[in-house]
Design a protein around this ligand. Structure first.
Ligand code: ADP
Ligand code: MG
Length: 246
């Protein structure tokens, strides 16, 4: 689905505090399964995720989306695979909105607005029908068992409920790829297992999922089809996860 070729990322390039967070990364995210990107804190996981998620560009190297992803984007219908690294910003924004759903560390729900509004938020830039967007958001809340909290302010939710809202929000635009950065980092083990149950549901719905994590509950999970291991800005291991062995 996504191929990363010799990607490097240097922060503060040309300055005394220049730092190479990625030093030539090659990896492939396959369609229709769970890929876990594991590695200690500071190894470059989030940096790689921002490149894959089209939130930042590599300093050098290439990132290629498969024809299957390109076909889901109106600008690229019939284009075959696309090399996104050199595309103008407005295309990257479109790819982010249409093809990807993001679950952020600590969930980043927007305070001061309701659960329903949080879930609808990523749908607004697509400019679709408001009633249809609201209906879809309510369906997602229902699917995750939190419809009764639709009108609640997010600050009143429990950890488990907030997690469900974050997943519903990531799914609002029906993305091909769901990207989560250390989703269990601040959860107790019961909630972490709960999160993985929801990931199992996404997998059976045919989503491709990419999770960064240094939590063994995640990278040792039987749900993981592929585990890519990072250290100091390079990939040191790339193999089948528990799911693929089963
Ligand atoms: P991980 O997610 O694996 O913990 P990161 O990708 O966040 O690692 O960071 C990798 C390295 O790059 C770290 O040493 C971090 O301090 C550095 N880094 C990340 N973002 C920036 C930035 N915007 N400016 C400078 N250094 C950064
Ligand atoms: Mg990180």
């Amino acid at each position: 689905m996504i191929q990363v070729i010799e990607a490097t990322k240097t922060f503060n390039a040309g300055r005394p505090n220049a730092y190479s967070a990625l030093r030539g990364v090659n990896c492939t995210i396959s369609a229709g399964g769970l890929t876990v990107l594991k590695g200690p804190s500071g190894s470059g996981k989030t940096t790689l995720l921002t490149l894959i998620g089209c939130m930042a560009r590599p300093t050098s190297g290439r990132i290629i989306l498969s024809a299957g992803v390109a076909g889901a984007l109106p600008d690229f219908a019939g284009a075959g695979e696309i090399e996104i690294t050199s595309l103008p910003e407005r295309f990257l924004t479109g790819i982010r909105r249409l093809a990807f759903g993001f679950i952020f560390q600590q969930f980043n729900l927007v305070r001061g607005i309701t659960v329903l509004e949080n879930v609808m938020l990523p749908g607004y830039p697509l400019g679709g029908n408001h009633a249809a967007l609201k209906k879809r958001a309510l369906e997602l809340l229902d699917q995750f068992g939190i419809a009764r909290h639709a009108a609640s302010q997010v600050e009143l939710l429990s950890g488990g409920e907030a997690q469900r809202v974050a997943i519903a929000r990531a799914l609002i635009n029906d993305p091909l790829l769901v990207i989560a950065d250390e989703p269990t980092a601040h959860l107790d083990s019961a909630l972490s297992h709960g999160f993985l149950e929801m990931v199992a549901g996404l997998k059976s719905a045919g989503k491709t999922i990419l999770i960064t994590s240094h939590d063994p509950i995640v990278y040792q999970s039987p749900l993981a089809d592929s585990v890519i291991e990072m250290r100091d800005g390079v990939i040191v291991g790339d193999g089948a996860g528990g799911g693929a062995a089963a």
